[in-house]
Write a protein that binds this ligand. Structure first.
Ligand code: MTE
Ligand code: LUZ
Ligand code: MOS
Length: 750
C-alpha cells in the first residue's frame, strides 16, 4: 500500500501549518534574537520598533505570567533571555504585528547593547573550562585496565564528527488561536504535541486542559521538532493570552537555520586492545558532546551514545564515558539516530585504526567480533534473536563481495586518476525510548454508525508513513477496506499525555494500541453478529466487510452489524493503552534491559574518487536489512533509502561551520550542502533479511526510522579506503564529514 498522503502531496493539497486558513484579525509573530553568543544584556531599545505602524506589541520575559522556562529534561532554558545571552539566535523578545513584513521591519529597528563575555564553541574547550550540562555518565563491562595489559595490540586515537542540519522542508511554525474562557488552540509542526501543551501551560501559568495542540502532519522532523518546535508555539501562545487574537509564526529558513540546534558534534578519544586472534578484548572511549547552551535533549542523546558505543560487536571489557559540554551554540538536539551514530563512528574508526596498524583488511576484524546470541552489551542486556552475523554473511554472499572486490582491484590497477574504495558497515540499533517510562501510547478508535472508522493516536505523521501503517492495522483487524478508515490529526484533546514521535518506536507503540482497540471492537461486533445469525461467536470472523461463518461467506455485512450494534446500544468506540513489556533500566547501576529488541543489518558501500579534484561519487550501496516481517516493504525500503542518504550526507558533504564568535557560517543552502540527486548513491539495493521478526514489534514488522542512517557511516570508510589506494602514505584521520577538500589534502599528503 502506498503512503496515504502521496495523492495529496503530489497535488499540493496536503495541509501544513502555513496552509491553514487564517481567522479574521490574525497577527504575525517574529522573534528578536541575540546577535552575540555570550554576554550581559545592557540595554535593548525597542522604541523605534514599537512606534512602527502596524506593530501591536513586543513581548519580553516581563510579560510572562507563569514561568520563563522551557527546558524539558533540565530547567535551564528561558523562553526569552532575561539578563544574559548564551548563543547567537537566542530569543530575547517577540514582535507581534499586523503582517510578517511589518514584524520584520520592526525587528531591524531594535538596537541592543551587550557586554560580551568569552565564547566557547567546541566541546574540548568547554571541558577544559569545566562547563558541563550535567554530571558525566559511564557504562562499564568487565575490566578494561586489566584487559589492556593482556592485549597483543593496544591502539589509541581520536575522532571528530560534526553536527548536521535537519533541513526539514517545512520550517518550524505554529498557529495559535484564542478560544472561550482563556483556552487556546495551537496548530503546531511538532513531533511532541504533549511537550508543546505542557510547556505552554507552564509558561502561561495555566492548566494543561486549557491548551489544545493539534498536529496535521509535518514536512519532515528528523528529530529537529522533538523538542525544538516548542518555543515558537509558546511565544505565540503568550501573545494570544495577552492580546486575545490569533497569532501565527512561521520561521523563515534563515531564522530557522540560525536559531535552532542541530545534531551534536562529538570529539572523542578511544583506546582499543585486541588479542592475537583479532578479538577486541578491551575498549575505552571518552565522548565529548557539544551540547550547546542548554540541555534540551542532550542528556538522553548522550545516554544513547553509550548504548551504541560498541555498535554490532561483542567486547568483553568496555568503559565508556560521555560528557555533555556546555558551549555558546544553539542547544543541539535530537537527530535521527539520537547520539547512536556518533558512538558508532568511533568504534568503526578504532577498528579501522587497528586494521591499518596491523596491515590487514578492516572487515576481517569487524567480522570476527560480531555479536553472537547471548552476548552481553555493556549495559547489561543480553543479545537475543541476533541477526548481525546473518546479515553480514548474507551481504557477502548475495552481493558477491569477492567479485565486487576483484572488480575494484582491477579498476584501481588500470586507473591512475580514479580510485575506488569499499567498506562494510554493520549496524545494531536498540528499539525503545531509553527512558523506560516514555514507552507507552494510546489509540482512540471510533466506528461511526455508517461503518466508517476514525482513528486518533499519539503518532505524528512526518513523512515516515506512520499513518499508513496505523490504517493498515485497523483495516486488517476490522476486516474492512482501507477507504473506510480515516487517520485523524494528532490532538492532545483526543489522545493525551503522549510521548513524542521519536526513537523509531512510534509505529510499534501506537500501532499496538490501535491493534488492541480494534481487537476489542471486533470482539463486541462478533457478539452482535453471532446473535444476529443465531450461531456461536467462535464461528464468526470479519473479512472484506462481510461476516464469515467458519470461514464461509454469510449474507451479513459490516454495515448491518454496525447498525445492529447501535440498536443494541453497544459501544462503537474504544480507547486502548499500550506499554512495552519486559524493558527496564537502572540508572544508578547503568544496567538493565532498555530495548524491546534490536534492528540489524549490513551495508556494502562502493565509492569512486576523482584523485585530481578530491571529489567522489557513491557508486552503489548494497544493504541487507532486518525488517523483521515488514508490514509495508515499499514504505520501509523508502525509510532505508532516506536514512542512508541522510547518513552519507552527515559523513561526507554536510559541513556545519561556526566561527570563533559562535556565528553560523553555513547559514544558507549555498554554504551548506546536502546530498542532491547527483551526490546520492547511483544505485541502492536493499534485500530484506529473512527472519521471523519479533513479537515486540507491531505485526512482527520491525522499527525502521532511524537504524538505516548509520549505514551512511560506511561511506566515510569507503572513501578512506580509496584514498589509501592512491596515496599509501596517507595517515588515517577520523574527522567527519569527509568533504572533497579533506579528501584532496589526504590524497596528496606526504
Ligand atoms: N522519515 C521522514 N520522511 N521524515 C522524517 O522526519 N524522521 C525520522 C524517521 N524517518 C523522519 C523519517 C526519525 S528521526 C524518526 S525517530 C522516525 O522516523 C520516527 O518515526 P517512527 O517512529 O514512526 O519510525
Ligand atoms: N528520544 C528520546 C529519542 O527521548 N529518547 C530516546 O531514546 C530516543 N531515541 C531515539 C530518538 N529519539
Ligand atoms: Mo527521531 S531523532 O527519534 O525524532
Amino acid at each position: 500500500m502506498k503512503n496515504i498522503d502521496s495523492f495529496g502531496h503530489v497535488r499540493g493539497e496536503s495541509l501544513f501549518v502555513d496552509d491553514i486558513n487564517t481567522n479574521h484579525g490574525t497577527l504575525y509573530g517574529l522573534a528578536f534574537d541575540s546577535p552575540k553568543a555570550h554576554g550581559i544584556i545592557k540595554n535593548v531599545d525597542y522604541s523605534k520598533a514599537k512606534n512602527l505602524n502596524g506593530v501591536i506589541k513586543i513581548f519580553t520575559y516581563k510579560d510572562i505570567l507563569g514561568e520563563n522556562q522551557i527546558g524539558g529534561i533540565i530547567p535551564d532554558e528561558p523562553l526569552w533571555a532575561e539578563n544574559e545571552v548564551h548563543f547567537i539566535g537566542q530569543p530575547i523578545a517577540f514582535i507581534v504585528a499586523e503582517s510578517e513584513a511589518i514584524a520584520k521591519k520592526a525587528r531591524a529597528l531594535i538596537t541592543i547593547k551587550i557586554e560580551e563575555k568569552p565564547v566557547i564553541t567546541t566541546a574540548k574547550e568547554a571541558k577544559e573550562k569545566g562547563e558541563f550540562i550535567n554530571a558525566p555518565r559511564s557504562f562499564k563491562l568487565g575490566d578494561t585496565t586489566t584487559s589492556f595489559k593482556n592485549c597483543e595490540y593496544v591502539i589509541e586515537g581520536e575522532t571528530f564528527s560534526n553536527g548536521q542540519e535537519h533541513l526539514y522542508l517545512e520550517t518550524q511554525g505554529c498557529y495559535a488561536i484564542p478560544m472561550e474562557n482563556g483556552n487556546i488552540k495551537i496548530t503546531s509542526s511538532t513531533q511532541g504535541p504533549t511537550s508543546v501543551q505542557k510547556t505552554v501551560a507552564k509558561v502561561l501559568g495555566i492548566a494543561m486542559h486549557k491548551i489544545e495542540v493539534d498536529v496535521i502532519r509535518l514536512g519532515g522532523g528528523f528529530g529537529g521538532k522533538e523538542d525544538q518546535a516548542t518555543p515558537w508555539a509558546v511565544m505565540a501562545a503568550v501573545a494570544v493570552q495577552y492580546l486575545k487574537k490569533p497569532v501565527k509564526y512561521i520561521l523563515s529558513r534563515q531564522d530557522d537555520l540560525r536559531m535552532t540546534g542541530k545534531r551534536h558534534p562529538y570529539e572523542s578519544t578511544f583506546k582499543i586492545g585486541i588479542s592475537k586472534d583479532l578479538k577486541i578484548q578491551a575498549y575505552e572511549v571518552e565522548f565529548l558532546q557539544n551540547s550547546g547552551a542548554a540541555a534540551d535533549l542532550s542528556p538522553a542523546i548522550a545516554e544513547r551514545t553509550l548504548f551504541h558505543a560498541t555498535n554490532s560487536y561483542f567486547i568483553p571489557n568496555v568503559t565508556t564515558t560521555v560528557h555533555s559540554c556546555r558551549t555558546n551554540l544553539p542547544p543541539n538536539t535530537a537527530f535521527r539516530g539520537f547520539g547512536g551514530p556518533q558512538g558508532m563512528f568511533v568504534i568503526e574508526a578504532a577498528i579501522a585504526q587497528v586494521a591499518e596498524k596491523l596491515g590487514i583488511d578492516k572487515k576481517i576484524i569487524q567480522e570476527v567480533n560480531l555479536l553472537h546470541e547471548n552476548d552481553e552489551f555493556s549495559y547489561g542486556q543480553i543479545a537475543t534473536q541476533v541477526e548481525i552475523k546473518n546479515s553480514w554473511t548474507s551481504a557477502k554472499n548475495k552481493f558477491n563481495l569477492d567479485k565486487l572486490e576483484s572488480e575494484i582491484t582491477h579498476f584501481n590497477n588500470s586507473n591512475t586518476q580514479f580510485k575506488k574504495g569499499i567498506s562494510l558497515m554493520p549496524i545494531t540499533f536498540g528499539i525503545s525510548f531509553t527512558n523506560t517510562p516514555m514507552n507507552h501510547a494510546r489509540a482512540l478508535v471510533h466506528i461511526y454508525q455508517d461503518g466508517s472508522v476514525g482513528i486518533s493516536t499519539g503518532a505524528v505523521e512526518m513523512g515516515q508513513s506512520v499513518n499508513t501503517k496505523m490504517l493498515q492495522i485497523a483495516s486488517q483487524t476490522l476486516g474492512i477496506a482501507s477507504s473506510k478508515v480515516k487517520l485523524e490529526t494528532t490532538n492532545t484533546t483526543r489522545v493525551a499525555n503522549t510521548s513524542p514521535t521519536a526513537a523509531s518506536a512510534t509505529a510499534d507503540l501506537n500501532g499496538k494500541a490501535v491493534l488492541q482497540a480494534c481487537n476489542t471492537l471486533i470482539e463486541r461486533l462478533t457478539n452482535v453478529a453471532a446473535t444476529m445469525l443465531s450461531i456461536d461467536k467462535s464461528a464468526v470472523s470479519f473479512k472484506n466487510e462481510t461476516v464469515f461463518i467458519n470461514g464461509e461467506k454469510s449474507n451479513l455485512n459490516w454495515e448491518k452489524v454496525v447498525e445492529q450494534a447501535m440498536l443494541e446500544r453497544v459501544s462503537l468506540t474504544e480507547n486502548a493503552h499500550y506499554t512495552t513489556p519486559i524493558i527496564h533500566f537502572d540508572k544508578t547501576k547503568e544496567k538493565g534491559h532498555p530495548f524491546a529488541y534490536h534492528v540489524y543489518g549490513t551495508a556494502i558501500t562502493i565509492v569512486t574518487l576523482d584523485c585530481l579534484r578530491g571529489t567522489y561519487e557513491t557508486d552503489a550501496v548494497k544493504i541487507i536489512h532486518d525488517f523483521g516481517n515488514s508490514m509495508n516493504i515499499g514504505i520501509d525500503k523508502g525509510q532505508v533509502e532516506g536514512g542512508l542518504v541522510q547518513g552519507i550526507g552527515w559523513m561526507t558533504l554536510e559541513e556545519i561551520s561556526y566561527n570563533n564568535e559562535g556565528k553560523l557560517l553555513s547559514n544558507a543552502l549555498s554554504t551548506y550542502k546536502v546530498p542532491d540527486v547527483f551526490s546520492a548513491p547511483k544505485s541502492i539495493e536493499i534485500i530484506p533479511l529473512e527472519t521471523t521478526g519479533t513479537k515486540m514489534a507491531i505485526l512482527k514488522s520491525k522499527a525502521v526510522g532511524e537504524p538505516p542512517l548509520m549505514y551512511g557511516i560506511g561511506a566515510y570508510f569507503a572513501i578512506q579506503n580509496a584514498i589509501k589506494k592512491f596515496n599509501p602514505n596517507y595517515n588515517l584521520k577520523f574527522n567527519a564529514p569527509f568533504t572533497p577538500e579533506k579528501v584532496l589534502i589526504g590524497l596528496y599528503e606526504k
